[in-house]
Design a protein around this ligand. Structure first.
Ligand code: NAD
Length: 494
């Protein structure tokens, strides 16, 4: 990977494309409106991005529909789509430096993370579904012998992918991979806070040979471009990652328009449970810190609620404090940085308010210093003596704030973990295999980790119970979200 100096040099020559990408071409919004994008680490304006409105969305959706209906992608053989998408993935890999730099400049996340996780993860997501699509079969039903019934999956049509700012390209590719592989046309709406890598994908899509209109990017705000997609009569499916609040709004928009499918991956308030029978507390403390503070804590599955057995609490908290030291914020372009800037100053204010609220509710801020307050940087905060009914334990803060909660018994740990409107992820640390299975089964969470936090692979589904969403991203399970299931009955002549 490049040095800090080399990243700075690349920044000087980096071309930043800021237009929407509609029907294979970069274009301004029809009303010519724009909005500024700012590097949260420096406050520098990176560019002015097209502010798409209803008419831009209408145009993108009509191109998406036209190309879907003409079949040039939707009816292409799976092997054809596979070879184009493999090229697309290779192009993401070959532009890894520019994409990683754009992601870091746009979001404030450490360059080492963009470079080693976000960008290769994005290419991998596209590649995984490209590889899967010509190995996916339909079914034949076990009916009476006079009939033949088969079940096939057809691409659902026009898909709107609406994504957040914390892993802008990576989460977009979790959606693009299966939707494009299935044969859909996709209109991607990145967050207004992080549009740059999505825009960059446009030229790669052209180079890869994705037909015009099959992949498009409408940039802009949620209440404008986002809502126009959500209420559009000709969009068949929304695949969304973002807040629980907006997930609910999308369901209303769908219900009030055309009942488009809404697949939502939403918020989390995840419990990381450390039992007193687990021996390697150093390992658990390191992963507890990384699980909460990775990506500045701006992670839906962040380990924000540490549930720790009373008898090991003091020892564990000391280890946690040491493990947290490496997450002091630094220049995101420094390859040694493990924590960069939050997405913007406004979000930092919100996170700081939660820390103050926690203290007001009776928690104590440990770790010595008051969190630093320059620009959008914020050092990690650990709140001790939290009870699960406090706002800081119930609400998603989406920043580097960890709440320490104690328990006495296994039942109590399960009860506290499940006492949340969310159900995205949870972890258990135990050396007792019976306990591991017993507790994993009872936790209301889409993913349960045992003796690790945050293992992941494209081959496993990801998503939540309760208000953390519906449907699943990743794995073969995600493909079905982008298809309609069709049953065909054939009566056989005697
Ligand atoms: P957000 O819900 O504010 O915005 C997400 C996207 O929705 C953005 O593109 C936004 O412009 C758009 N949007 C906003 N209002 C809209 C509307 N009325 N109609 C249509 N689109 C609209 O979320 P955010 O602040 O960008 O991201 C943080 C949230 O994302 C957190 O809650 C986090 O937990 C969640 N998240 C979940 C997962 C997961 O897989 N479950 C992963 C990452 C982030």
């Amino acid at each position: 990977m490049k040095t800090q100096q080399e990243w700075q040099e690349l920044k000087q020559t980096l071309e930043i494309q800021t237009q929407a990408f509609i029907n294979g071409e970069y274009c301004s919004a029809m009303e010519k409106q724009q909005f500024e994008v700012v590097n949260p680490a420096t406050g520098e304006v990176l560019g002015c991005v097209a502010r798409c409105l209803q008419e831009d969305v209408d145009s993108a959706v009509s191109h998406a529909r036209r190309v879907f209906d003409d079949g040039s992608w939707s009816d292409a053989s799976p092997t054809q789509r596979k070879s184009v998408l493999l090229r697309f993935a290779d192009l993401i890999d070959s532009h890894r430096d520019e994409l990683a730099l754009l992601e870091t400049l746009d979001t404030g996340k450490p360059i080492s993370h963009s470079y080693s996780t976000d960008i290769p993860g994005s290419a991998n997501a596209i590649r995984w579904y490209a590889e899967a699509i010509d190995k996916t079969y339909g079914e034949v039903a076990p009916t009476e012998k006079e009939v033949h019934a088969f079940i096939s999956h057809q691409p659902i049509g026009v898909v709107a992918a609406i994504v957040p700012w914390n892993f802008p390209l990576w989460l977009a590719c979790w959606k693009l991979g299966p939707a494009l592989a299935a044969g859909c046309s996709v209109v991607l709406k990145p967050s207004e806070k992080s549009s740059l890598t999505a825009i960059f994908l446009g030229k790669l899509a052209n180079e890869a040979g994705i037909p015009k209109g099959v992949f498009q990017v409408v940039t802009g705000f949620g209440h404008e471009a986002g809502e126009a997609l959500a209420r559009h009569q000709d969009v068949n499916c929304i695949t969304f990652t973002g807040s629980t609040k907006v997930a609910g709004q999308l369901m209303v928009s769908s219900g009030e328009s055309n009942l488009k499918r809404v697949w939502a991956e939403a918020g989390g308030k995840n419990a990381n449970i450390i039992f007193d029978d687990y021996e390697d507390l150093d390992k658990a403390a390191n992963e507890a810190a990384a699980g909460c503070f990775y990506n500045q804590g701006e992670v839906c599955v962040a380990a924000t609620r540490l549930l720790i057995h009373n008898s090991i609490k003091d020892e564990f908290v000391d280890k946690l404090l040491s493990a947290t030291e490496r997450f002091q914020p630094k220049d995101p372009l420094d390859p040694q940085s493990a924590m960069g800037a939050l997405i913007d100053v406004e979000h930092k204010r919100k996170v700081l308010n939660y820390i103050r609220l926690g203290i007001k509710e009776g928690a104590s801020l440990i770790g010595g210093e008051e969190p630093i307050k320059t620009g959008a940087f914020l050092s990690p905060a650990i709140l001790d003596n939290v009870t699960n009914s406090m706002c800081v334990a119930q609400e998603e803060i989406f920043g580097p704030v960890l709440s320490v909660i104690t328990f006495e018994t296994e039942e109590e740990a399960i009860q506290i973990a499940n006492d949340s409107k969310y159900g995205l992820g949870a972890a258990i640390w135990t050396d007792n295999i019976n306990r591991a299975h017993r507790v994993a089964k009872k936790l209301a969470a889409g993913t349960v980790w045992v003796n690790n936090y945050n293992e992941g692979d494209m081959s496993v589904p990801f998503g939540g119970f309760k208000m953390s969403g519906n449907g699943r991203d990743k794995s073969l399970h995600a493909l079905e979200k982008f298809t309609e299931t069709k049953t065909t009955w054939i009566r056989l002549n005697p």
